[in-house]
Design a protein around this ligand. Structure first.
Ligand code: B3K
Ligand code: ZN
Length: 852
């Protein structure tokens, strides 16, 4: 397969300042007539090359006259042109109902919709489908009026009308230049939750959240989040919305979360639909975050887009940073930071340590869809965050203003962004740029040594080798740190921001009146692994006294990790330090409940595994369960008090109510772990009496991990209650796939045959196959049945939807982290996948790279 390289970038041969699309929509046969106004870019004699994917040209016209002077080069259409500007007209026919890839124009639950990023537009019409070709779009949609009463596209509605034969049409114009990946249309029988937003310059924008009629009642939260996002971007970044309408459409079949098409965002329905009965607090938060993310793209992505796909993090890393900041401003910033770091450690760190590691700005790809990764998104967001930390808030804002002003209406690069940071920030980011080019998670060792009234902090950094990058240069690591008196608990200095730039650096602290305890990488100021010489006592102390909530959380996690890794490697069962630290946090009434709930959670099985030279799934599971049981027993009274203290009279969506619900279910889990006789009944009561999905799901998952007869009863009741609701059934499948029970693999194999299971809906596939493959204990069952099962499913899914299938490869690719027996079985499955006839290039790239 072809490899695309960043260094091969050339400017487009032909520009397309304008395009008119005329689509006669029909699920079985959609006619697409396209007019391109093309201009030769620079001096060359190359023909016009239009990307296509599975298209056949039914006719080609140049300057109004039908021509035969064209040919196909593989899937692409090549038209020789003599002049410097021409009009090209093409006509193709496509079948959206047969499009199972969900890329291009496709059908979902009776409607027609598009997904073009990254390279889906070429499945709709012939076009130079690359993000640096920016055009003004005019779109005319024609369709059957009964089946598709609503016709939407980018930009503003211009005109509409009726036709004979039950058809109607609508025309939309988008006045802003945009790349083809931001094109969208939707046709369907939809209703809108409408609202308005008045922008900072006083323009009124019509907002619409479009869904099928029965879902209308579940759209208020998304609409509210949209208004909050619009106001936030004005206030924090000075960015105003620019069209008269902003529409969002929810679709059931979607390859990822949502898409920022100009003025017409298309969303996976799981990131729109919410009511207390069907959505958890996690869902509510995710909806607000994704609505904000896609809205923020209007500036970071649409007004300023990417020159080429290697620059993807320019829009994604920045926009994730923006949505994280937005969410932090809506509730507890500390809890949000903890959640984001937990997510980074769960997905990005393993990626950076495995066969698919790549820099934030990659150098090459086979299939760009495989690069919508945690590294591009989440590590990319950390890179922006570090620059914001180095510049400070005022200069960072000046730098983003400069960036938006300078590059508005253009396709920019990561380098352009960094230059704005340097200019407005007055800083030199030469060395910092390595964050864009070097893959791998830096590791820092921090050793604090006391000599009388002085202490010496020795810092060393190491960036591990990654595929294709055996040797690394030192990075710039912004580290926030502070010292606390180990006896009085008092801060011994102000927080300092130091930039670790060398392989090794030392810091001296003088005039110390007591033994210092080191608090480092506060707020997770750098996305790295820090190893310190802090004792269990130091960590317990920080978990109770540090004045940075993130650092408190971190100290507790480290204490838990050290304890668990010791248990796994030499069978230690000394849980006293963890128990005392958890007791302190749990009973500290000054702390936010949401923070407490996060802090007392044990690190996941996989994160424990990530600390070990060779992952031992069973031993990790047993050690973690033993610690959970001891915590449950030793603090049973405290858990019950926390549980009782978190009961509410009725549902409310607020940070404090969310925190209480979170702590309630965490406490329930510990009560169950304690082996208390009434735990199952408690879980079942929570499950059946709940007036909201968070509590109901909390009760259900607690039961699903156990062996009580109430388990089956709850699963059945849940299924009956939500049978018609796909998004909630996903939770039902997922809870079983994530079960910690010994027979999970067997149950999941059976669930594949369930009448509600299908691989053709990505959410459903992920809820069972995706969830199972991150269930460390079940997936890594020593028999290898988990590996075989997942490989079978991915081979089947690849035939329908390569993009979604390829995203599920990474758990199999982690074979190097496991013992030889498991590694051999995992490799054998990857080899079987690679050898599958007709494999997609998406899967080929992921699976073959995972074998290296
Ligand atoms: N930009 C889209 C992701 C497109 C993924 C294409 N494989 C959504 C987002 O990041 O906002
Ligand atoms: Zn995005």
């Amino acid at each position: 397969p072809n490899v695309t390289r960043r260094e091969d970038y050339n400017e487009p041969d032909w520009r397309v300042p304008e395009i008119a699309l005329d689509l006669d929509l029909d699920p079985a046969a959609t006619r697409v007539r396209t007019t391109l106004w093309v201009e030769r870019g620079g001096v060359h004699d190359r023909p016009l090359r239009l990307d296509g994917d599975g298209l056949t040209a039914l006719s080609v016209k140049v300057d109004g006259a039908e021509t035969m002077d064209w040919h196909m080069d593989g899937p692409n259409l090549v038209v020789p042109l003599s002049g410097s500007a021409h009009t090209i007209e093409t006509e193709v026919e496509i079948a959206p109902e047969r499009n199972t890839q969900l890329q291009g124009l496709y059908a979902s639950s009776g409607m027609l919709c598009t997904q073009c990023e990254a390279e889906g537009f070429r499945r709709i019409t012939f076009f130079p489908d690359r993000p640096d070709v920016l055009s003004r779009y005019k779109v005319k949609l024609t369709a059957d009026k009964t089946r598709f009463p609503v016709l939407l596209a980018n930009g503003d509605p211009i005109a509409q009308g009726e036709l004979d034969g039950g058809k109607h049409w609508a025309e939309w114009h988008d006045p802003f230049l945009k790349p083809s990946y931001l094109f969208a249309l939707v046709a369907g029988d939809l209703v809108a939750n409408r609202g308005t937003f008045t922008t900072m310059s006083g323009r009124e924008v019509q907002l619409g959240i479009w869904v099928r009629a029965p879902d209308l009642a579940k759209t208020d939260h998304a609409l509210h989040a949209l208004k909050l996002s619009m106001a936030w971007d004005e206030k924090v970044y000075g960015r105003e919305y620019d069209l008269d309408v902003f529409n969002i459409v929810a679709v059931d079949d979607f390859n990822f979360g949502a898409m920022e098409n100009k003025g017409l965002n298309v969303f996976n329905s799981r990131y729109i639909l919410a009511d207390p009965d069907t959505a958890t607090d996690y869902d509510y938060d995710a909806i607000a975050a994704v609505v904000a993310h896609e809205y923020f793209h209007n500036w970071s992505g649409n007004r300023v887009t990417c020159r080429d796909w290697f620059q993807l993090s320019l829009k994604e890393g920045f926009t994730v940073f923006r949505d994280q900041s937005f969410s932090a401003d809506q509730g507890s910033a500390a809890v949000k930071r903890i959640e984001d770091v937990r997510g980074l450690r769960a997905s990005q760190f393993p990626e950076d340590a495995g066969p698919l590691a790549h820099p934030v700005r990659p150098d090459e790809y086979i299939e760009i869809s495989n690069f919508y990764t945690a590294t591009i998104y989440n590590k990319g967001a950390e890179v922006i965050r570090m620059m914001a930390t180095i510049l400070g808030p005022e200069k960072f804002r000046a730098a983003t203003d400069l960036y938006f002003d300078r590059f508005d209406g253009t396709a920019a690069t990561c380098e352009d962004f960094v230059q704005c940071m340097e200019q407005a920030g007055g800083v030199d980011l030469t060395q910092f740029r390595r964050w864009y080019s070097q893959a791998g998670t830096p590791r820092v060792s921090a050793t604090l040594a006391q000599e009388g009234g002085r202490a010496r902090l020795s810092l060393r950094q190491l960036v591990p080798p990654t595929p294709g990058q055996p040797v690394k240069e030192p990075m710039v690591l912004p580290l926030k740190l502070k010292l606390f008196g180990g006896f009085t608990g008092r801060p011994m200095c102000d927080e300092q921001l130091i930039l670790l730039k060398e392989d090794a650096q030392e810091l001296l602290f003088e005039n110390l009146s007591e033994t210092p305890v080191l608090s480092i990488n506060r707020g997770f100021s750098a996305p790295i692994v820090v190893e310190t010489n802090r004792t269990a006592k130091d960590l317990a102390f920080l978990s109770a006294h540090d004045d940075d909530p993130f650092a408190r959380y971190e100290a507790m996690q480290q204490l838990m990790l050290d304890t668990l890794v010791t248990s796994v490697t030499n069978g230690g069962t000394d849980h006293a330090a963890v128990i005392e630290a958890v007791r302190n946090t749990l009973t500290d009434s000054a702390l936010d409940r949401a923070f407490v709930a996060e802090a007392v959670l044990l690190p996941s099985d996989s994160f424990i595994g990530d600390q070990m030279a060779v992952v031992e799934p069973e031993a990790i599971f047993r050690a973690r369960e033993a610690l959970r049981a001891d915590l449950g027993k030793a603090l049973e009274a405290e858990w019950r008090a926390a549980y009782e203290g978190s009961l509410a009279n009725r549902f409310e969506y607020s940070p404090s109510a969310k925190g209480a619900r979170r702590l309630k279910t965490v406490s329930l889990g510990y009560i169950a772990a304690s082996g208390a006789a009434d735990a199952d009944q408690l879980a079942f009561d929570q499950f059946s009496l709940a007036d909201n999905m968070t509590d109901r799901q909390g009760g259900l998952t607690t039961l699903v991990n156990g062996a009580s007869p109430l388990r089956e009863e709850a699963l059945e009741a849940f299924y009956q209650r939500y049978q018609g609701n796909g998004l909630v059934l996903d939770k039902w499948f997922q809870a079983q796939a994530l079960s910690t029970r010994e027979d999970t693999a067997e149950m999941v194999e059976r669930l594949v045959a369930h009448r509600d299971f299908t691989l053709s809906n990505p959410n459903r596939a992920r809820s069972l196959i995706g969830a199972f493959s991150v269930n460390q204990r079940a997936f890594h069952d020593v028999s290898g049945r988990g590996y075989r099962f997942v490989a079978d499913q991915l081979i089947a899914l690849d035939k329908l939807n390569p993009q979604t299938a390829a995203k599920l490869i990474p758990p199999l690719g982690r074979w190097k982290r496991f013992d030889e027996a498991r590694a051999a079985k995992m490799r054998a499955e990857l080899e079987r996948i690679v050898a599958t006839p007709g494999l997609s290039k998406d899967m080929f790239e992921q699976a073959s790279k995972s074998l290296d």
